[in-house]
Every structure is written in C-alpha cells, then in structure tokens.
Design a binder for this molecule. Structure first.
Ligand SMILES: Cc1cc2nc3c(=O)[nH]c(=O)nc-3n(C[C@H](O)[C@H](O)[C@H](O)COP(=O)(O)OP(=O)(O)OC[C@H]3O[C@@H](n4cnc5c(N)ncnc54)[C@H](O)[C@@H]3O)c2cc1C
Length: 391
C-alpha cells in the first residue's frame, strides 16, 4: 500500500487535537487529523452531556479565532456570573463575581460534545486538514527524516511531525516510551446533570467537604452539572443510588441552595490523577492536552491547559519553515513556553487537593482561614480571578 506523505499528523481528535488542526488552518501545512471514534453531530436537544467544561476567557478567545466558538449553539452555553466557594467550617467562603471583576462573565459552561461538534463543523471548512475518523493508529516509527504511522486498516502515513493529542493514556507517549510520572488521587470525578427547582442565576458553586469536593456548574434552562470528586467508597455509593435518592443527596450536600433537584443525565465516574512529564517534545514528536499533563479537576482547568498548548504550539509552528516543524530545537520552544503555566496549575490544584483532603485540625483551621482572608483581600482576589480567566 502507498504511503501518504503529510507534513503533520495529529493522533487524537478530541477537543485539543481538533483545535490544534484548526489553529493551523491558515498555514501551508498538509495536516492529517486521526480520530479513533466517529464524530457525533446530532442528539436530541433535551439531552445533556454529563461532561461539561468551564471555558476560560483565554480559551474562548482561541476558539473564536479558529472559528469554532461561533458554531457552538448559544442555547447550549451558560455564562458564569459568579463563583461561590465554601470551606468545611461554617461561614468560611470565597466569592468572585463578574461584576466586581469588571467583565461580562467569568467563564462559559459548555458540554464536551457541543464544543466537539463545533470543532468538527469548523474543520469541515479546512482545505489543508484531512480528517480520518473511526481509525486508530497501530504502529509508530520515528526516523531521522520523518515519522511513520501505520493504521489499524494497514494504511501508512508519514509526516515531518507527529502530535500526540490522544488523551491521558496517550498511545503515542507509550509507543515512544516517553516517561510520565503519574500520581493517582485514588479519587473519582462523579458527574451528573440535574434540573433545579430554583434559578441558579449563572452562579457556579463549590464545596470543600470532609469527604470530597462538590462543584455545581450552571447549565441553560435552570439545570446544573455536578462534579463530585470523592474516594472510591463514596463513588460506589453514589453510583448505586436510585435517581431520586441521588438527587436528594446532591441537593443536601449543597444545602439545597437550588431547591429540589431532578436527575436528567445518569451519573458517570472518571478516575482522577496527576500526570507530569519532564519532556513533552522530542525530535519529530510533540504532546498536547491530557497526553502532556493532567490535573485535578477542582479548578476546572484541564481542557483550558490543553487549549493553552494549542495556542503556543500553533504559534511556534507557524513561525518556522514547514521543513523545520519536526526539529527538536523548534519543538523545545513550545516545551519551554508551556512549562511554567502547566506546573503552576498542577501545583496549585494538587496543593489544594492535599490541603482539603486532610483531617488534621491545624490544616482544617488554616484552609478555612485562608479562604476567608482571600475573600477579604480584593487585590489577591483580582489576581486569582485574572489568572483563572486568562490562563
Ligand atoms: C471528572 C472530570 C471533570 C473535568 N472537568 C473539567 C472542567 O470543568 N474544565 C476543564 O478544563 N477540564 C476538565 N476536565 C479535564 C478534561 O476532560 C480534559 O483535560 C480534556 O478532555 C482533555 O482533552 P484532550 O483532547 O487532550 O484528550 P481527550 O478528550 O482524552 O481526547 C483524546 C482523543 O484521542 C482519541 N484517541 C486516543 N487514542 C487514539 C489512537 N491510538 N488513534 C486515534 N485516536 C485516538 C480518543 O478517541 C479521543 O477522542 C475534567 C476531567 C474529568 C475527569
């Protein structure tokens, strides 16, 4: 079978891989985007994906520039007007609002599949991206002149650069034995969607509790999406509950702030882990998104970090001659540019996770005092919010 020669192959067409292909649409690069699953473009409008993201302002800017954000349907997006965080002692709290930050909204909540749909639609307009779906990669060989990829159906592809955008258990990373240190949190993110008795006014809420971290993210039509980060026994309990009982327990855990809840999307659970890599590039290879790093979801920043990778890598690749895109030195520029932001986000999320999952009385006092102090310090709050919105 003849080998197809591309300039760039992206393995993984999730949000990050698809966004990277789009971000390179105005270059002369011949790009192959390979995705193992078939795209989902239609679903009943009353059905809501359990997997939702808080998209930061920086990510939205990128998605707008690459032409995907305008294709996300307005009725499936929910602007976040404020964020309320509660500690595990009465009255310990930290609150941010769009109004006090001088912006229209802090973030947008959007479903994974709605954003993915917008990316697929935008990709259909790109003449330099060949999208191959329903096909997985089977073998990868990196040579001095090119990267060679064999697909499950026997097709062979070559490129000057191969991108691993294939998620937390990256196949590309494993094939090339790129070392990754992984710290399982022994926790799971239990997600589910609910209709609410009372309006949420676009407010996102989060509770740091003795047995986990509960987040309620506002969805359109007086609905909300829950992420409950908890240990395995709690996960098993939550998943085994009837719909009514789960809704009751989730409402109780959130002090019934949105009145009674009604389950609209069944719960699912994802294992949580911290993944850190010393190097996310080598000659002819770069990793992006969860293939390059994972973080605890307590700050809702995982996919935003991935979009940060996209912005930086696209900038680096657009600046060099197409012949040089696979050079180790060129790719090192991308690696260096991302190191600090990724490490900072991982350290903050990991630190908060450790601080709040701890029974020691001294730590309990400290974390709650910390929340209240931050809440009463407008300058620190402004810095925090600016970082969260624009990272
Ligand atoms: C419970 C939970 C809640 C979260 N909440 C948030 C949040 O609020 N905000 C946020 O920013 N992030 C959040 N995250 C993190 C977020 O889900 C990830 O950061 C994001 O999905 C990573 O996108 P990705 O494109 O890098 O990887 P993925 O979404 O994993 O996509 C990888 C793609 O590669 C494809 N693929 C894999 N292997 C192959 C192969 N060999 N050949 C072809 N295709 C392949 C897969 O089919 C998949 O489509 C959360 C995560 C969890 C677990």
């Amino acid at each position: 079978m003849k080998t197809y020669d591309a300039d760039l192959i992206i393995v993984g067409g999730g949000l990050v891989g698809a966004a990277l292909a789009l971000a390179l649409k105005n270059t002369t690069l011949d790009i192959v985007l390979l995705e193992g699953r078939e795209p989902q473009l239609d679903w009943p409008l009353e059905s809501w994906d359990q997997r939702v993201y808080a998209i930061s302002r920086a990510s939205r800017r990128l998605l707008t520039e690459i032409g995907a954000w305008p294709l996300a349907r307005a009725e499936r997006l929910c602007p976040v007007s404020a964020m309320k965080i509660a500690g595990d002692e009465p009255n310990s709290r930290l609150e941010f609002s769009a109004l006090e930050s001088g912006v229209d909204e802090l973030a947008f909540i959007v479903e994974n599949r709605e954003l993915q749909r917008a990316l697929w639609l935008a990709l259909a307009q790109c003449s330099n991206v060949r999208v191959m779906t329903g096909l997985t990669a089977q073998a990868l060989d990196i040579q001095a002149d090119a990267a060679y990829l064999t697909l499950a159906d026997g097709q062979r592809l070559s490129a000057k650069l191969i991108i691993g955008a294939d998620g937390a258990n990256s196949w590309v990373r494993q094939q090339l034995q790129i070392e990754a240190s992984s710290k399982p949190y022994q926790q799971f993110g239990v997600v589910a969607n609910f209709a609410c008795e009372k309006p949420h006014y676009g407010v996102a809420q989060q509770w740091f509790m003795a047995d986990g971290i509960l987040a309620w993210l506002p969805l359109p039509n007086q609905q909300m999406s829950m992420v409950w980060s908890c240990y395995q026994d709690r996960r098993d309990e939550l998943l085994a509950l009837s719909a009514d009982e789960l809704a009751k327990q989730v409402a109780q855990a959130g002090q019934s702030r949105l009145g009674e809840l009604k389950l609209i999307t069944p719960p699912a659970a994802f294992p949580l882990k911290l993944t850190q890599l010393e190097h996310i590039t080598r000659s002819r290879v770069a990793l992006v998104g969860d293939a390059a790093h994972t973080v605890h979801p307590l700050a809702g920043q995982g996919v935003n970090l991935g979009f940060g990778d996209v912005a930086e890598l696209a900038k680096v690749l657009a600046e060099v001659h197409p012949e040089r895109i696979g050079d180790a030195l060129v790719l090192r520029r991308y690696e260096r540019a991302r190191r600090e932001s990724v490490l900072l986000m991982q350290t903050v999320c990991d630190g908060l996770q450790v601080l709040f999952n701890n029974d020691k009385p001294i730590l309990k006092s400290l974390r709650n005092i910390g929340l209240n102090l931050t809440n009463s310090a407008p300058w620190i709050k402004r810095q925090l919010i600016r970082h969260a919105m624009d990272s």
